[in-house]
Design a protein around this ligand. Sequence first.
Ligand SMILES: C[S@@+](CC[C@H](N)C(=O)[O-])C[C@H]1O[C@@H](n2cnc3c(N)ncnc32)[C@H](O)[C@@H]1O
Ligand code: SF4
Ligand code: SF4
Length: 328
Amino acid sequence: MSTIKKLYTSVLPHVYAFFGRTCLPYFPSKISIESGNLCNLRCPLCPTGQQDKSAKKGFISFDLFKKVIDEIGQHLTMIRLYNWGEPTLNKDLLRMIQYAKERDIDIKISTNLSMKMEDDQIEALLKAGLEKIYISCNGASSETYLKYHVGGDFGLVMDNMKRLVQKKREIPGCHTKFVWLFHIFKHNEHEIETAKELAQIIGIKIKISKMRPDMGKEIFETTQKALERDKAWIPDNSEYTVVSTKRKKRIGCMLPWTETMINWDGSILPCCAVYSEKHAFGNILENSFKTIWNNEKYIAARKEILGMKNDKQTICHICKRSGYLHGG
Ligand SMILES: C[S@@+](CC[C@H](N)C(=O)[O-])C[C@H]1O[C@@H](n2cnc3c(N)ncnc32)[C@H](O)[C@@H]1O
Ligand code: SF4
Ligand code: SF4
């Protein structure tokens, strides 16, 4: 997609939101599609890790993925092919990446990389044409790593990172980028420098990021409440303070103008912070995306964010009340 078109698709939603438009004549250009919400790890602040039962469990089928791409693929520049689970567990992952890539859509995944991988699997992953692989690893030693990535294997993650970097060098024209995501918590803040050194040795980019409190609950509660409950995880250094308590200017959350989240079962949610499909705005197996994108729930959610009168409650009403992405 040309730079001008990319610029146009990123500016357009802001113009429509600024002028108070809630019925949108365009489709989002960047979306998330959940490859599946099952996982091999049990990270304590992730609803999947907690085995939260408020979402149905499963993997998206290739047919459903194809249906989405066939309907809105021409408008898409990028898909995050993950949300509440481990994307590498979906047996159709490579097929989905290839299908999107053939249509000039960039695909990103985030993985815990804590699984045994054969050489040919690593090679196939890199040859599929992924734009970016985020690798979640919140520790620079096995002991620290295991406090968050319960059930994982630090040595395996390090080894897989090295093999990815090495294999990429062997594949001519491979453009896949790797980013080691290191979220700062109380238990790992002392290992940031070691992690940076390790990343340099491996030859991988590292992103030191702020943690989120319990990710399945955060849109339902105030920042203050989340910080109190999860204080055992909050870093001591205030520089790494988790979430902003600053009030957002005018509009607040822009996501219902810019993005959408398609769950593995076809449910459409306004953003990736929502866990359960019971808050869905519709299902792409029942209606076209075109219909859902401007249905009464989406319009009510946009009106609520803009502070306009509306009469249908959505997850965005709850979220706005608790101040998530809107300032507390
Ligand atoms: C729920 S995970 C699913 C993808 C994959 N299983 C993984 O862990 O990378 C989606 C993203 O959430 C991030 N994540 C997990 N726990 C987090 C936390 N407490 N704060 C911020 N990000 C977190 C992960 O690093 C990952 O990029
Ligand atoms: S954060 Fe990722 S690796 Fe951890 S439990 Fe959730 S889905 Fe699994
Ligand atoms: S208002 Fe909240 S629930 Fe709605 S899209 Fe924004 S962050 Fe997600």
